[in-house]
Write a protein that binds this ligand. Structure first.
Ligand code: HXC
Length: 261
């Protein structure tokens, strides 16, 4: 249900990056348990691989993912949903990944598809992207962060609008409201995601992970605690070889050679 590749970073000593393509084209990449299990396993493997700096998750031109698989869920009762932790069991895997994860979104990102994109660290969108939380049409509500992450990025009114009216938001509106970091023509989506991943491959992995961890604290902690966490992480980086190398390279006007130590 997914395709997994490792792409080499360019530049001397650069790390590589993982590239995961959701691949259930006939169902617009609807997220069933099998797909989520494969995705969880691929993410865990890349996260554990010392040669990998970051991971890109993408779909097809038509759909990033059109949501949780409705045919799988349609007959579930409460006990099955609750006992089986419906849809949820591999979502926590994504939160546990410590390396940066980029969602490259073209076409539909609906329901669980929108939630999957939001669980990634940043979203790069094609101009064809359409985001929405249309679960209300099915007699349910978002179940993997749509009522929690969406208001944190686009604010209450727009989150309510999407969750209560089921309307879709296009890429321009998604960028305007802060859901996505950049929008590019659909034909350039892959190249743009490659470029972002390549940039990360040239940096210190320890610094990348610390930056991700610190930004995420902004969503978990009050400002004073978040600032303290950031400062401690910042101080800790002065214990790394990569900080010495990065600053020496700048002063000597040469490219740094990070060793991720
Ligand atoms: C299962 C799906 C699907 C889904 C599309 N398909 N979305 N199958 N689950 N979520 C299937 C269709 O049944 C169809 O299969 C094929 O993909 C192509 O879809 P069409 O509808 O023919 O395409 P189109 O007319 O272009 O419309 C695209 C669409 C529409 C607007 C995206 O498919 C749609 O509304 N899909 C459902 C979106 C949705 O409600 N998502 C939220 C799901 S609930 P066949 O075999 O007929 O060709 C959810 C809860 C999350 O996500 C909980 C936590 C994870």
């Amino acid at each position: 249900n997914i395709l997994v590749e490792t792409r080499a970073g360019t530049g001397e000593g650069a790390l590589s990056y993982g590239w995961i393509t959701l691949n259930r084209p006939k169902a617009l990449n609807a997220l069933n348990d099998a797909l989520m299990d494969e995705l969880g396993a691929a993410l865990r493997a890349f996260d554990a691989d010392d040669g990998i700096a970051c991971i890109v998750v993408t779909g097809s031109e038509k759909a990033f993912a059109a949501g949780a698989d409705i045919s799988m869920m349609s007959t579930f009762d409460y006990a099955q949903a609750y006992r089986g932790n419906l849809i949820s069991r591999n979502w926590d895997t994504l939160r546990e990944v410590r390396k940066p994860v980029i969602a490259a979104v073209a076409g539909f990102a609906l329901g669980g598809g929108c939630e999957l994109a939001m669980t990634c660290d940043l979203i790069i969108a094609a101009d064809s992207a359409k985001f929405g939380q249309p679960e209300i049409k099915l007699g349910i509500i978002p179940g993997a962060g749509g009522t929690q992450r969406l208001p944190r990025s686009v604010g209450k009114s727009k989150a309510m609008d999407l969750a209560l009216t089921a309307r879709m938001m296009d890429a321009a509106e998604a960028e305007r409201s802060g859901l996505v970091s950049r929008v590019v023509p659909a034909a350039e989506l892959q190249a743009e995601a490659d470029k972002a991943a390549q940039a990360m491959c040239g940096f210190s992995l320890i610094a990348l992970m610390a930056a991700k961890e610190s930004v995420n604290r902004a969503y978990e902690a009050p400002l004073t605690e978040g600032l303290l966490f950031e400062r401690r992480a910042f101080h800790a980086l002065f214990a790394t070889d990569d900080q010495k190398e990065g600053m020496q390279a700048f002063l000597q006007k040469r490219a740094p050679k990070f060793t991720h130590r």
